[in-house]
Design a protein around this ligand. Structure first.
Ligand code: FAD
Length: 523
């Protein structure tokens, strides 16, 4: 993780500089031959922008940044690498909202997908087009989910599965999974894709779906950018609700909290379910959403003092303007009857559907205005089997987190149903029918991110020592053994076979550190 902290002796530095410069010259010469050289940049500003990401911990400088004006440009760039005697690495960069350098390409070429978005906007050929029957939307891989939301809602329809934050690119989230409180019911975003256009690591432009080129289709979904660049995704749509009843309940008992979460995700009565921790280290309202009224902060704070950790259950039910609120309230009341939350700490809001889905944006703008958005983010995101979540609570939430006393950012914890995922997709999840996602979404200072990194490592070690079968989401592994463990023997074998088929020269997304490590054995 800490590439920028290594201390090399001077002669090593010199050697590295010479090798790096040679690599850059080779890359430049290869590209100059193609009809794409006018879209390449290597000025300091362009290079700086793509050699950092939201994590702000890993920094890798590419030789060039590519500003495509069309899908053909992307295909030509990849072809030129594929046909070179020494191929150069290429990474598509959506928004660079990764936290471990996943969209970087040291000495290679970063494709700035935002340039394609700008170009399409300028030409008025938007990358988002809603089907006349409202069944699906065709979206460029470079587009942002917020724009997909605005465009579809205008047509009275919307995708069903989202991420908490919408200023992420479609290609970026589909390369991971795209999860949020809707996943338990509608699956992750990758379960809601009908078809894609992609450019493979050979430079071939291919359309794929469950029926057509299905191996490629499943490879790409959750495929960490390893097989192709997504240039169009067809996403299924449902009628867009207009309003959302948004609720929060507090728990002091983790087993009651998880029991209620698990019951609620087993029925289709709600549209969204998440959960967070409330602890003294952080504010009662975190930056991702300010929900609790100021008048109740003292009451909640004294509950935290009493119980050390509170668990906050977050629920939503969508509805339409014409629906009676009375019926809705009655339905929810019945649903929540007999739940194990702390009485007297129930909160609700009614907001528009767009306001609900875009709820994280206002917090982002506030942090930006305070200069706190571009700080290091030593995040850790995990998937944990349901059978081991109690052990995780006592060892990690009430053990490590408490002892270290540094966690101040949001900590998410909510379950999902495995049946809503398709195991043919590349995404790697636990084997059990229900599994939890836990996200430690830390922000840190520039001089203390290592403390959070050390805590993350301690959490992973605790899980490994205690046989807790966690999978990292948005994984940051760097050795063959770690990636093999991540996928498991069978899935790893398939992943490697797919890499050989679709990107045999190991060109794409080197920042994931899966295939560019020379120690990786391919067969
Ligand atoms: P990048 O960081 O630019 O790229 C990620 C990877 O995808 C790289 O390997 C890159 O090469 C590859 N890639 C990018 N575009 C393409 C393409 N078109 N075709 C093929 N490969 C491509 N995730 C969730 O699931 N749920 C959440 O609620 C959530 N909330 C978040 C909130 C914030 C504030 C942030 C910063 C991140 C959040 N994430 C969440 C994580 C996010 O989904 C991933 O980091 C995602 O990769 C970011 O998208 P991006 O466009 O910035 O991708």
């Amino acid at each position: 993780m800490a590439q920028n902290t290594f201390q090399f002796p001077t002669y090593f530095k010199l050697l590295l500089m010479i090798i790096t410069t040679l690599g850059k010259i080779v890359t430049s010469l290869q590209l100059a031959e193609e009809n794409i050289s006018d879209k390449l940049r290597n000025d300091a500003k362009s290079l700086w922008k793509v050699s950092r990401d939201y994590g702000n911990i890993v920094h890798e400088v590419p030789a060039m940044v590519f500003h495509p004006a069309s899908v053909d440009d992307i295909a030509n760039l990849i072809k030129s690498s594929y046909s070179s005697p020494v191929p150069f690495a290429i990474a598509a960069r959506g928004q660079g909202h990764s936290t471990g350098g996943q969209a970087m390409a040291r000495d290679g070429v970063v494709v700035d997908m935002a340039a394609l978005r700008r170009e399409r906007k300028k030409k008025g050929v938007g990358g988002i087009s809603v089907d006349v029957c409202g069944e699906y939307v065709d979206v460029g891989g470079e587009q942002l989910w917020i724009d997909v939301l605005n465009e579809t809602v205008e047509n009275g329809v919307a995708p069903v599965s989202w991420t908490d934050y919408l200023y992420l690119s479609v290609g970026g989230t589909l390369s991971n999974a795209g999860i949020s409180g809707q996943s338990f019911r509608y699956g992750p975003q990758i379960s809601n894709v009908l078809e894609m256009d992609v450019v493979t690591g050979k430079g071939d432009l291919i359309t794929c779906s469950k029926q057509k080129n299905s191996e490629l289709f499943y490879a790409i979904l959750g495929g960490l950018g390893q097989f192709a660049v997504i240039t169009r995704a067809r996403i299924s749509l449902h009628p867009a609700p207009t309003k959302v009843k948004w609720m929060r309940l507090l728990y002091s008992d983790f087993s009651a909290f998880t029991r209620d979460q698990e019951r609620l995700i087993s029925i289709k009565a709600l549209d969204y379910l998440e959960g967070t921790l409330l602890m003294h280290q952080g504010p009662i309202n975190n930056w991702r959403s300010s929900f609790f009224p100021l008048s109740d902060h003292l009451r909640i704070a004294s509950l935290i003092t009493k119980h050390k950790i509170l668990y906050c259950l977050e629920l939503s039910k969508y509805y339409y303007h014409h629906q009676s609120q009375q019926n809705l309230n009655k339905e929810i009341e019945e649903l929540l009857e007999g739940m194990g939350n702390i009485p007297g700490f129930y909160y609700e809001k009614h907001v528009s559907y767009v306001e609900f889905l875009n709820r994280v944006r206002s917090g982002e703008l506030l942090l930006q205005s305070q200069g706190l958005w571009e700080v290091p983010h030593p995040w850790l995101n995990l998937f944990i089997p349901k059978s081991q979540i109690m052990q995780f609570n006592s060892g990690v939430f009430r053990g490590i987190i408490f002892k270290r006393n540094i966690t101040t950012g949001p900590v998410l914890v909510y379950p999902m149903n495995r049946s809503k995922w398709d195991d043919r997709m590349s995404a790697s999840i636990p084997d059990e029918d229900v599994f939890y996602t836990v996200g430690f979404l830390h922000s840190s200072g520039f001089d203390n991110w290592n403390e959070f990194d050390a805590q993350n490592k301690e959490i992973l070690k605790f899980c490994s020592d205690n046989g807790i079968k966690v999978k990292q989401y948005l994984a940051q592994h760097s050795t063959q053994e770690e990636w093999k463990n991540h996928f498991g023997d069978n899935k790893w074998k398939v992943f490697v076979e797919r890499k050989n088929q679709f990107d045999p020269r190991m060109i794409l997304s080197p920042g994931q550190k899966i295939f560019n490590n020379s120690s990786i054995v391919l067969y």
